[in-house]
Ligand binder design. Structure first.
Ligand code: ATR
Length: 274
């Protein structure tokens, strides 16, 4: 029997075990997926143990996404560009390969809802952390051609813009609020809407266009303050649950060679959001 895992700290609220085990069951694959609590100082030991105990692969979540890199043998381009790994695959020869499926997971979720014909529209990414970086690269490599990034610390937005191959623009949150009507797709990547440890994002939606598409990567709560406001203005809203499902589906496909059913699992996950 094959087995997979997710390692993180904290880990008890992860919905990944429910999602992957549902897929294994549906596809009649004899495998299971476990949550494993790994504290920062235990990471190296945990990776050695997963290897020894023959795990087929695992997901990596906060706070290990960057720290795990030196413990792996090979990095996929997605992980190298982002400097972060969320999926590890044990290859046939036993070596460990790191991927990052977060960015592409976001783009798949976005296009599941809005289609792939809107890639020439102007995109504004809010935030410049690891999630923003992955999303910016994935949008660019999918063909989105006009990207701006706004952040509390503008220099961090500038760094990502310089690494992109297009002429991306870095803005302050204030500037972005004032020019919001220039943008068609807004992507919120900070933890601003999160249920616990939430903070108020100094970002003003007054100028949001009613035709805009607003996506948030936070999925608990599903409707963040930003999405509620966007919805009131008539904008199209993309919740974070789709990105979560798609990043998992990509990982699952790397492990098993099969793409799972991403529609059926959604209701089950929504029913389990605490
Ligand atoms: P991740 O890697 O998961 O994306 P991160 O690197 O901690 O997380 O990034 C968090 C993002 O939220 C950053 O853009 C951060 O802004 P700074 O770069 O200025 O730190 C943003 N953020 C966090 N707390 C914030 C706050 N109180 N107000 C505005 N932005 C905040």
């Amino acid at each position: 029997k094959k087995w997979y895992a997710v390692i993180g700290d904290p880990i008890e609220h992860s919905l990944s075990p429910l999602m992957h085990n549902t897929w294994f069951e549906t596809q009649k694959i004899d495998a299971s997926y476990l949550p494993i609590h790994v504290k920062p100082q235990e990471l190296e030991q945990a990776v050695a143990s997963l290897k020894l105990l023959d795990a087929g692969g695992w997901n990596v979540t906060i706070p290990h996404k960057e720290k795990i890199i030196p413990l792996l043998d090979v990095l996929d381009d997605s992980a190298r560009r982002m400097g972060a790994v969320n999926t590890v695959v044990r290859m046939a020869d036993g070596r460990l390969k790191g991927y990052n499926t977060d960015g592409l997971g976001f783009v798949r979720s976005l296009e599941e809802q809005i289609g792939s014909e809107k890639r020439q529209l102007r995109v504004l990414i809010i935030g410049a952390g690891g999630a923003a970086r992955g999303i910016a690269f994935a949008l660019e490599s999918t063909g989105y051609s006009a990207i701006s990034i706004c952040n509390r610390t503008v220099s961090k937005a500038e760094t990502i813009c310089c690494e992109l191959s297009q002429n991306a623009q870095a803005l302050s949150l204030d500037q972005a609020s004032q020019e919001l009507d220039d943008y068609d797709i807004i992507v919120q990547t900070t933890p601003a809407g999160l249920k616990n440890g939430s903070f108020e994002l100094p970002f003003n939606c007054e100028k949001l266009k009613s035709t805009a598409i607003v996506a948030d990567i936070v999925y608990n709560p599903l409707m963040t303050a930003l999405l509620k406001e966007a919805s009131k203005k008539g904008a199209t809203v993309v919740t974070g649950i789709g990105m979560f499902i798609h990043q998992g589906a990509l990982a699952y496909s790397y492990w098993t060679g099969n793409y799972p059913d991403i529609v059926a699992v959604k209701d089950k996950l929504l029913a389990n959001l605490g």
